[in-house]
Design a protein around this ligand. Structure first.
Ligand SMILES: *[C@@H]1O[C@H](CO)[C@@H](O)[C@H](O)[C@H]1NC(C)=O
Ligand SMILES: *[C@@H]1O[C@H](CO)[C@@H](O)[C@H](O)[C@H]1NC(C)=O
Ligand SMILES: *[C@@H]1O[C@H](CO)[C@@H](O)[C@H](O)[C@H]1NC(C)=O
Ligand SMILES: *[C@@H]1O[C@H](CO)[C@@H](O)[C@H](O)[C@H]1NC(C)=O
Ligand SMILES: *[C@@H]1O[C@H](CO)[C@@H](O)[C@H](O)[C@H]1NC(C)=O
Ligand SMILES: *[C@@H]1O[C@H](CO)[C@@H](O)[C@H](O)[C@H]1NC(C)=O
Ligand SMILES: *[C@@H]1O[C@H](CO)[C@@H](O)[C@H](O)[C@H]1NC(C)=O
Ligand SMILES: *[C@@H]1O[C@H](CO)[C@@H](O)[C@H](O)[C@H]1NC(C)=O
Ligand SMILES: *[C@@H]1O[C@H](CO)[C@@H](O)[C@H](O)[C@H]1NC(C)=O
Ligand SMILES: *[C@@H]1O[C@H](CO)[C@@H](O)[C@H](O)[C@H]1NC(C)=O
Length: 792
């Protein structure tokens, strides 16, 4: 009896302390996506931080800097993007450290980045990555630990006690003028101060998926052992006699290696390296460094970074009861990755002066509008407010909303003018906080009305045809604006949805005429629907579905694109931004065939009613036509809701999670695309998936017994509770629901759920029920749901 009491008391205190010490960061693994094309940034950063320190490798997939694919480290740099495709971004002014130059001869240290890889091998087990810190030990015995403030990175290099040939160690730390993509242009400069060791410099680089160029400056200081000497290097040779260098790009592609170094008299103590960057000047970089990390206190800086992450993550609290830990890691790591990019460059924008916030690394909005920015609207609405203000300010100063933006430059537009969706999403969810919605509205109207001369990187192409024909034709005649004349189907579908988003904003701003006008053009998607189009497999056997979007010429006759082209199964077509690309961007007609987010009712009718719509969605997923590793798939997982089958959305969500997403370095199905994949996981597992641009979240059972989300502005806690939760996910069918204690049968909910902190209680069972299946339970749609949805 006494023993039992003790056991019971222990269990109770264990539960109590587990509750008190719940730390979301315990479930964040920054190495998820560090290999297999996830391209995540795995290093140290503040939320939205400009400084992002990590070890860079020579992998072919080094877009995020670090990889765990057996590639070697070539340096430690402090600016990165996360999860992107395209060329590697940033990675400028890498540091590298040697315990010694053999024989004490400076010229026997290896300077060029490519050759340094021989000294950059490491074992995976030496890597430690946590929110705010990153560490790695190279096989040379050099260990690098790093952490950051907003613009500044702090490194600790520790050295093996003895140099290569048993001489007293004289560690050398170099900093070079390269970037990950080897994009450095002419006349980079570097100087090292022989007394203090301070290295400053700058160089011009190219953005990784866009036009133009940018200049970045840096400032680096050292603390630790006494300085022996310093100098610069060019290609493979160095000198302690020269302290300043201006270097050409040189010919033949690879920029000529060049940089500076400092040598120290002892390896006994760690050497601290503080390096900051600035788009303004080297002096500004030095100011950042001195202000943000005045005393080189690594512990204090890393604790501050960790605490900043904890503060960002703590509003989201899930029950750990009965749930596999890998689910928790998937969930929280996904949320973590949504706050790496976009990056807050406020105060660091040399392009225009303004009191508005400036965010960069919207990379790209085609990826981010679907779930990443909507997730942040819940978890960090003040950040989204800043981002929207920044997008509008970019329109004010550059004339257009960006579609993709990185490193102060315009990135390439993939489809529609999808910043319109971002603005509409923020608008319908009530973000204000200094957003000038009149300017925001002017910006989206410009997308719809004014064709840019060069629509590679902003706005829309083909507007004359769009207005006269109601679609973007193949082989359009357009003498006003110029861009890659492909993707006519996906552009038509996206422009139609963009117009719907504008219409909603117009409605909210009392502009009734505009509201009607854009509502009308939001129906243009129908003009490319070919009711008698079939879709056959390669062997000629028909898929059994009729009615697909098809390309159309200026003279209104139909063109043809195989509806399976650019699907996950098509390995031969060119489907990106190449001028030989197809009429759908990175996705098939099959998949784009569901992209009518505002009028599912009419689409369902065109597809032959809810039952046929459900069969088509099943076919899309079951036959792997869609690919969960790219963003157009996201909403299709949950579109069963519109056919009155919310249970099938839940099943489909479990079809992909965890099989396509595991909390391991190779666990992402594709590029994270900033945190797009992470946000898909977070929303799916939270059980509330957004239809972005609308005030709608589609309800499925969370993957946890309970989810609490405290709104950072109102302080109210929204709560979803699963009754009858089963951690093996056999009970994923909602039998009934209550909202704030009242019976709730709609299969969707709006944003006031989060701002007002409502409570949704779902009762789960093992079989599909009638919950959420009636016409009046369905989410909003233009058009009417004419047929009764299926009774399950
Ligand atoms: C670890 O290292 C090996 C060899 O260096 C590499 O091939 C492997 O893929 C790495 N990654 C993981 C996650 O194990
Ligand atoms: C680089 O410097 C040289 C020598 O001063 C000058 O002739 C050249 O125009 C500069 N290049 C650029 C791109 O500024
Ligand atoms: C080297 O550069 C520094 C800093 O830019 C400058 O103060 C110094 O005069 C330069 N020295 C020479 C020899 O050009
Ligand atoms: C959610 O919030 C409720 C009400 O404050 C609380 O009782 C419950 O323990 C919370 N659940 C979690 C998982 O934190
Ligand atoms: C938890 O999930 C992982 C990954 O799916 C799986 O390997 C493991 O067996 C699961 N553990 C339990 C106890 O079910
Ligand atoms: C962005 O940076 C500015 C300037 O440091 C700061 O005032 C603002 O709060 C930051 N925004 C976010 C969302 O972190
Ligand atoms: C043709 O290919 C499809 C897709 O792989 C397959 O489902 C179908 O059975 C094949 N038909 C014939 C007649 O082989
Ligand atoms: C319409 O244009 C297409 C493409 O130029 C052409 O192949 C087709 O014959 C034209 N149709 C008519 C009816 O003129
Ligand atoms: C798609 O298009 C290419 C030619 O561009 C063709 O070879 C291929 O078979 C087509 N169909 C499918 C299903 O991929
Ligand atoms: C659930 O459905 C299965 C058939 O799919 C049936 O055998 C079973 O009795 C049903 N369970 C309940 C509780 O209705």
């Amino acid at each position: 009896m006494a023993r039992l009491l003790v056991a019971c008391w222990l269990a109770m205190t264990a539960t109590a302390s587990a509750r008190d010490t719940f730390d979301p960061l315990a479930y964040v693994d920054p190495l998820i996506g560090a290999t297999n094309g996830g391209n995540v940034f795995a290093g140290a950063s503040m939320p939205y931080g400009m400084a992002k320190a990590v070890a860079d490798t020579d992998s072919g997939s080094r877009q995020g800097g670090f990889t765990l694919d057996g590639s070697a480290v070539t340096g430690f740099s402090t600016m990165h993007d996360s999860g992107t495709g395209g060329s590697p971004s940033l990675g400028n002014f890498a540091l590298f450290a040697y315990p010694n130059c053999p024989g004490g001869d400076i010229n026997r240290c290896v300077f060029p980045k490519k050759s340094r890889a021989a000294f950059g091998r490491f074992s995976n087990s030496s890597v430690s990555a946590k929110p705010g810190t990153f560490g790695i030990t190279l096989d040379t015995g050099v260990r690098a630990e790093m952490t950051t403030t907003h613009h500044t990175s702090l490194f600790i290099f520790t050295f093996p006690s003895v140099g290569a040939d048993d001489e007293p160690a004289r560690p050398l730390i170099l900093q070079d003028l390269t970037d990950l993509a080897d994009s450095r242009q002419d006349n980079a400069t570097v100087s090292v101060d022989p007394t203090t060791g301070r290295i400053t410099g700058n160089a011009r680089f190219l953005p990784s998926f866009g036009t133009g160029s940018f200049v970045l400056h840096f400032c680096t200081d050292f603390v630790g052992a006494a300085i022996v000497d310093s100098g610069i290097f060019v290609n493979s040779r160095a000198s302690t006699e020269v302290q300043n260098l201006t270097i050409s790009r040189s010919i033949n592609g690879y920029p000529l290696p060049g940089g500076a170094f400092v040598r120290f008299n002892s390896a006994a103590e760690p050497i601290l390296v503080r390096t900051a960057t600035s788009f303004i000047s080297a002096a500004r970089a030095c100011e950042h460094a001195e202000k943000e990390i005045p005393d080189f206190d690594f512990t204090a800086v890393s604790e501050a970074a960790t605490n900043a992450w904890r503060a960002k993550m703590s509003p989201i609290r899930v029950s750990t009861n009965k749930v596999n830990g890998s689910m928790l890691t998937n969930f929280y790591s996904g949320i973590y990755r949504t706050m790496i990019n976009p990056q807050n460059y406020t105060g660091e924008n040399p392009l225009w002066s303004s009191s508005e916030p400036y965010f960069d690394s919207f990379y790209c909005i085609w990826d981010l509008f679907r779930s990443q920015l909507p997730l942040l609207t819940i978890t960090d609405p003040l950040a989204v407010t800043d981002m929207v203000r920044s997008l509008i300010d970019t329109y004010r100063h550059l004339g257009w909303l960006p579609d993709c933006r990185m490193s102060l430059n315009k990135g390439y537009t993939q489809g529609g003018s999808n910043a319109d969706v971002v603005l509409a999403d923020a608008f319908v969810k009530g973000l204000n906080g200094g957003i000038n919605w009149d300017d925001g509205y002017a910006a989206v109207v410009k997308d719809a009305e004014v064709e840019p001369y060069d629509w590679c990187c902003e706005g829309r192409g083909g507007l004359d045809s769009w207005k006269s024909l109601g679609y973007i034709p193949v082989q359009d005649f357009d003498y006003k604006g110029f861009g890659t004349m492909t993707r006519t189907i996906s552009r038509t579908l996206e422009y139609a949805y963009n117009d719907f988003c504008i219409s909603q904003m117009a409605g909210g701003l009392g502009r009734t005429t505009d509201k009607e006008k854009y509502m009308e053009s939001s129906g243009n998607w129908q003009n490319l629907f070919r009711a008698d189009q079939l879709s056959a497999w390669w062997n000629g056997s028909d898929t059994g579905f009729v009615g697909f979007f098809q390309p159309r010429y200026l003279n209104q006759t139909w063109g043809f694109q195989d509806p399976l082209n650019c699907s996950n199964l098509d390995s031969s077509s060119v489907c990106s931004l190449q001028n030989t690309g197809r009429e759908t961007f990175e996705s098939s007609i099959w998949e784009y065939g569901f992209f009518v987010p505002h009028n599912q009712a009419s689409l369902i009718t065109l597809y032959g009613g809810p039952s046929a719509f459900v069969s088509r969605l099943n076919y899309l997923h079951d036959r792997s036509i869609t690919y969960i590793g790219n963003e157009p798939s996201f909403l299709t997982v949950f579109q069963y809701h519109y056919a009155g089958r919310p249970a099938l959305s839940a099943l489909r969500s479990h079809f992909y999670i965890p099989s396509s997403f595991s909390p391991t370095p190779d666990g992402l199905p594709g590029n994270d695309d900033s945190g797009a994949m992470g946000s898909f996981l977070a929303f799916a597992m939270m059980g509330l998936f957004p239809n972005p641009g609308q005030d709608v979240y589609l309800i499925t059972p969370p993957y946890f017994e309970e989810v609490n989300i405290t709104h950072p502005v109102t302080g109210k806690t929204a709560r979803v509770r699963n009754q009858g939760f089963d951690g093996s996910y056999r009970s994923v069918y909602i039998q009934s629901a209550t909202l704030n204690g009242k019976v709730y049968t709609k299969n969707w909910i709006d944003h006031s759920f989060f701002t007002e902190g409502k409570e949704l209680v779902l009762t789960l069972g093992r079989n599909e029920s009638v919950w959420g299946t009636r016409v009046e339970d369905l989410p909003p749609s233009l058009g009417a749901f004419t047929e009764l949805p299926l009774a399950p």
